[in-house]
Ligand binder design. Structure first.
Ligand code: MG
Length: 196
């Protein structure tokens, strides 16, 4: 739908199920990005650990998603993870990326979204949420920009503004971040001027 298209080069597709506001306007308002972890920053698989026994849960993150998160931080966006699981791997990743917000063991993501907005001092329309499964729906419905990886649950795909071409843990987050940076006029700087 042309009115939903931001007019840029970043791939992915506006989702059909959500709203008539121009996507570009939604994207340009974004000042913070909250992300579910499993199925968004990972492919959804993990090797269970035992925190009490000192055995960490193991997850696999994608380096291009990681660089996308660094690009977002360097561009002035605030970042947070809102995850249902508790994992040393996630805390380590959050520390590496100097995240602004981290909620673990969180199955009620709507209130977590509100808490993050208050922490950031931002309105819901200034905060994006990226999720892949039904427990993310309350936060996705509140978010100014709701996005999902290509392999998200069908109920999520119907509820978001934007669906990445890539699946979770395989570049979806990078694509979503680049779409936001493009709308903010910061993509060229993030791609070509941060690193030279
Ligand atoms: Mg998930």
């Amino acid at each position: 739908m042309p009115s939903e298209d931001a007019g840029g080069s970043a791939a992915g597709r506006p989702a059909a199920g959500r709203g008539s506001d121009p996507l570009a306007r939604r994207l340009a308002a974004i000042e913070a990005i909250l992300l579910d972890v499993d199925g968004v920053l990972t492919d959804g698989t993990f090797e269970p650990g035992d925190e009490e026994a000192g055995i960490p849960e193991r997850k696999r993150f994608h380096s291009r998603d990681g660089l996308g998160l660094v690009m977002a931080k360097k561009s002035g966006l605030r970042l947070g993870f809102v995850t249902g699981r508790r994992s040393g791997a996630v805390r380590e990743r959050a520390a590496e990326l100097s995240l602004d917000y981290l909620r673990e063991g969180c199955f009620d993501k709507g209130p977590a979204f509100d808490e993050a907005c208050a922490t950031f001092g931002l309105l819901p329309e200034q905060v994006a949420f990226v999720g892949d499964d039904v427990q993310d729906l309350p936060a996705l419905r509140k978010a100014g920009f709701a996005a999902a990886p290509a392999d998200a649950h069908p109920a999520v795909l119907e509820s978001v503004h934007f669906v990445a071409d890539a699946p979770g843990g395989r570049g979806a987050v990078r694509q979503i971040i680049e779409r936001i940076l493009e709308a903010r006029g910061q993509l060229d700087a993030a791609l070509y001027r941060f690193w030279g």
